[in-house]
Design a protein around this ligand. Structure first.
Ligand code: COA
Length: 196
């Protein structure tokens, strides 16, 4: 057996030291992810998220079942519509969305992983930035370090591995450009479903 497997980690690269701040963060995350996220009153969840997230823009709504890994690094712009059961990973790097961003159900935004070529399982990641009026489809997966340009569309189930140019329509695994969205987008999202 690999000695690292028996005796614990060879380095402390991916282990978080337990400090009062880390413990407080874990408790705040648990209160939302484990208890509040399924509470069927959007305004109650919103109240918590306004204090917990790095930013919760005016007119934004987050549906039930969403989870946040370190919400302090998740910054939602104004008038975002976040679908149910999404995951936002702000463990080390920031996630920032612009205005009028729509994220479909069960989408995942990751900012952290490991370098597959590293002998000591070193962390690898980067911030994710999502521009104004981006529409992300059902079960899309956005990988660490990606910037999605204004107005772009990410198709259902797509895996976004690289930056996306503004107004591009992307689909597939890995996501490839399948078209262009018109540039005259004017809408403002005000999606506030009652029991979601
Ligand atoms: C990506 C999307 C917006 C494209 O819409 P569109 O431009 O009207 O696309 P079309 O139906 O004309 O398809 C264009 C091509 O892309 C392919 N395609 C479309 N969506 C795809 C997807 N999600 N994954 C892989 N390929 C896809 C089509 O098969 C078609 O390929 P072809 O030209 O070889 O036949 C749409 O298909 C989609 O995924 N919408 C998300 C719906 C959703 O998630 N809803 C819930 C949240 S609101």
């Amino acid at each position: 057996m690999d000695p690292e497997c028996r005796g614990g980690p060879a380095t402390d690269v991916f282990f978080v030291t337990m400090t009062p701040k880390v413990l407080a963060g874990a408790v705040l995350a648990y209160v939302y992810n484990g208890l509040l996220t399924r509470f069927p009153l959007r305004c109650a969840r919103e109240l918590y998220l306004r204090g917990y997230l790095g930013q919760f823009g005016r007119g934004t709504s987050v549906q039930m079942g969403c989870r946040f890994l370190n919400g302090r690094r998740v910054h939602f712009g104004a008038h975002n519509a976040i679908g149910f059961d999404c995951l936002f990973d702000g463990r080390i790097y920031d996630i920032r969305t612009g205005a009028n961003v729509s994220i479909g159900p069960e989408a995942t935004v990751l900012t952290l992983g490991h370098d597959p070529l590293s002998g000591d399982f070193r962390d690898k990641g980067g911030p994710v930035t999502i521009g104004d009026r981006v529409w992300i489809g059902y079960r899309a997966l956005i990988l660490p370090g990606v910037t999605i340009g204004e107005g772009a569309v990410i198709g259902a189930g797509a895996v976004v591995t690289r930056d996306v140019e503004p107004y591009a329509i992307m689909a597939g695994v890995p996501a490839r450009k399948t078209g262009d969205r018109p540039r005259n987008l004017k809408y403002q999202l005000d999606f506030k479903p009652i029991l979601l």
